[in-house]
Design a protein around this ligand. Structure first.
Ligand code: GLN
Length: 326
């Protein structure tokens, strides 16, 4: 954000410096399980912060489009909650973090449910709950939901979708296992297609920040004023992000950074500071767990610098949002 005299605001300068600092960090590797993701430019890097009153701070390649991948799981879980309510969704997918990889073929031994909606099995289960009489109706309902979060039209990248679909054997195995236990209904190919489509939605870093800011703003998009998700489900969504959103780095993330967050193998991370800001970071170089290396560093530094950790009491009653406007 630049003021009238063309000088960046103090927070914009901070973001510019943060971007400059980590641009030279080249640790990690881009996802390569499908050729479309392996082709991405590893140097791409952007940070965007949007406040609940609609101020936008951004730096780097923030208009660059990429596929949303696992970050979609957060929002589809929200739609499943809207479609069926909390109690029913809980019969189909649990709320326990797992120490296993996001694509592990594991169900809870006692309940036969997938462990949580942030791992692939759980996400396929929540996707299968999206209401609609035909696949196109379900896809359109999902697209409309994402459009409310980002305030513009959203599209599926067909080549990523086709690759996900033809190589997604583990995801198919999970769907069959869940069908075996009656956790999802028989139309598993339709559910899987919808899951592959949601992973292949094109977003940019600003979209990520706006989605996070919408969650921070009780479900209302701070720029369009449109309600994207019912406020009563925000606590369900944020608690899943907090305990399960960062793959099997979730515990360390909660300890060090202390914010509800979600990452995807695209290299995106969203993080939510409730009632204050949404953060989006995009950098496709991933660590061994699948989290963006620069993304984790940026969030860690933002959290430490501004006392954003949920349980940080060092800033007293000082709100980050108030500091921004001074
Ligand atoms: N499309 C990927 C999959 O289902 C999503 C993975 C991710 O971002 N963790 O395997």
């Amino acid at each position: 954000m630049i003021n009238h005299s063309g000088v960046p605001s103090p927070f914009q300068s901070f973001l510019n410096d943060l971007h400059f600092k980590y641009k030279s960090l080249h640790d990690g590797a881009v996802a390569n399980y499908i050729p479309e993701l392996a082709k991405v430019d590893p140097n791409l890097f952007s940070i965007c912060v949007i406040t609940v009153d609609g101020q936008v701070y951004e730096v780097g390649d923030y208009n660059q489009l990429f596929t949303i991948q696992s970050i979609s799981k957060v929002f589809v879980h929200g739609l499943a909650l809207k479609d069926h309510g909390r109690d029913y969704v809980l019969t189909k997918v649990g709320v326990e973090p797992t120490g296993d990889a996001f694509n592990a073929i594991i169900l809870d031994e006692r309940s036969n449910r997938p462990l949580n909606p942030m791992v692939n099995a759980g996400a396929i289960a929540t996707t299968s709950l999206i209401k609609g009489s035909r696949p196109t109706e379900r896809l359109n309902r999902m697209l409309n939901m994402f459009q409310r979060y980002i305030g513009r039209d959203i599209f599926v990248d067909i080549s990523v979708f086709m690759s996900e679909r033809t190589t997604g054997h583990r995801n198919r195995a999970m769907a069959h296992l869940m069908l075996n236990f009656g956790m999802i209904d028989e139309k598993i190919d339709e559910a899987l297609d919808l899951y592959f489509q949601q992973c292949s939605l094109m977003v940019n870093c600003r979209d990520l920040a706006l989605m996070a800011a919408t969650l921070a703003n009780k479900g209302t998009n701070p720029i369009t004023g449109e309600q994207a998700v019912e406020s009563c489900y925000i606590k369900d969504i944020l608690s899943m992000m907090y305990t399960c959103g960062m793959y099997n780095f979730a515990g360390e993330w909660a300890y060090k950074i202390g914010l509800p967050a979600k990452s995807g193998v695209c290299g995106g991370i969203i993080a939510v500071v409730r009632n204050q800001i949404g953060i989006g970071v995009f950098s496709p170089l991933l660590d061994s767990l699948g989290d963006s290396v620069r993304g984790v560093k940026v969030c860690e530094e933002l959290s430490q610098q501004f006392g954003l950790h949920l349980f940080d009491s060092s800033m007293g009653s000082c709100r980050f949002l108030d500091m921004l406007s001074t």
